[in-house]
Design a protein around this ligand. Structure first.
Ligand code: FA5
Length: 338
């Protein structure tokens, strides 16, 4: 009688377990058949009331069956665990891969990296300075008189405290660097500058310049021209000649407008250079002695040259871009072309 019951329970477990779909259901099944209040536990508890022979027989069967039921449950548990893992790890190798968006350098950064590479290969150091600048470094130390129009609100972004301004040229780095270093040295100072001007295809209010500053006891215009020709030939990967035209900047004496042979026609004359064969690039000159004295150097002991060029204009020439506002416009269709 009891033996039948035990065998029935086992059969019941065998058939019930087939319906189990998850751990919670399996837990319930285990409780039902082996739990404290289960029929099976009850049988085991009452074994003591049987005669010794019967107790031995039924006891053996009950214990064996209990182990078997435990095994059925353990096997099911393994199966369920395995199934969960498989589900988690399932991959459909035929699906197209998830494309990761890769960042892109803005052409300004590309140009900046290239400029820095060329100059460091020529033994230049790279100097960095603040974008919020004092009037002293942006104007006074550069020999720019108090009544110079560049100091007007229309040209320069002054901050609330009007002794501070967003620097309007990287030349502001000249006195900063000189105060802390003794010649000879050669540096470039690349960075962002700001001007309060109406924008058009060739003018931005925020743009990048790089200053070159070379100071020694005998540095001369020939050095300026040579270094510039080496740099521009490397940068444009073509033989570039430099032309200096007289100009005026308060912080250089003499001062020059700086032209290079047209990179599109090599100087013969084309549409890009309006037939002239030359492209205007920026300002340059020999450092004015007043700048040296403002930085704490003795007058007439040193001489040096400086120039300031715009990154955007260089990038425009290199990549034949005809609109400066594209660089900071945030249009991915533009940036992704580089
Ligand atoms: C200067 O800023 C002088 N500091 C350059 C200099 C340095 C002269 C050292 C002598 C010695 P200028 O204002 O011309 O000069 O600007 C230099 C270059 O910056 C220009 O040739 C041009 O390439 C770029 N630039 C000027 N204004 C803008 C603008 N609004 N948008 C884009 N690029 C500009």
């Amino acid at each position: 009688m009891l033996e039948h019951k035990i065998n029935d329970i086992k059969k019941q477990v065998q058939s019930d377990v087939l319906e189990i779909k998850n751990g919670a259901e399996l837990f319930e099944l285990e409780k039902k058949y082996l739990g404290r209040k289960s029929e099976f536990t009850n049988i085991l508890k009452n074994l003591k009331d049987l005669s010794p022979e019967e107790r031995k027989k039924v006891g053996e069967l009950a214990n064996r069956t209990k182990r078997e039921i435990e095994k059925i449950i353990a096997t099911k548990k393994q199966e369920l665990d395995g199934a969960v893992d498989l589900e988690k790890e399932r991959i459909d190798v035929t699906l197209p891969g998830a494309r990761r968006g890769v960042g892109h350098l803005n052409p300004i950064s590309i140009v900046r990296n290239e400029i820095e590479d060329i100059f460091t290969s020529m033994g230049f150091e790279i100097a960095d300075g603040p974008e919020v600048e004092t009037e002293f470094y942006n104007f006074d130390a550069l020999n720019i008189p108090a009544d110079h129009p560049a100091r007007d609100m229309q040209d320069t972004f002054f901050l609330k405290d009007d002794k501070l301004a967003m620097r309007s040229q990287t030349s502001a780095m000249q006195a900063r660097f000189m105060q802390k270093h003794k010649p000879p040295f050669r540096i470039i100072a690349p960075g962002k500058v700001f001007r309060n001007e109406a924008t058009d295809a060739t003018h931005e209010h925020t743009f990048y310049q790089f200053e070159a500053l070379v100071v020694g006891e005998n540095t001369n215009v020939g050095n300026l021209k040579h270094i510039a020709e080496v740099f521009f030939s490397e940068f444009f990967r073509t033989d570039v000649k430099v032309r200096l035209r007289p100009s005026y900047f308060p912080f250089t004496e003499p001062s020059f407008e700086f032209d290079i042979t047209c990179t599109m026609c090599g100087g013969v004359g084309c549409k890009g250079c309006r037939g002239g064969g030359w492209l205007e690039l920026g300002g340059a000159g020999m450092v004015n002695q007043n700048v040296f004295t403002a930085a704490g150097y003795p007058r007439n002991k040193y001489q040096g040259f400086a120039w300031g060029f715009g990154f955007e204009r260089l990038a425009m020439m290199k990549y034949k871009i005809d609109e400066v506002r594209l660089f900071h416009g945030g249009d991915l269709r533009f940036v992704k072309q580089f």
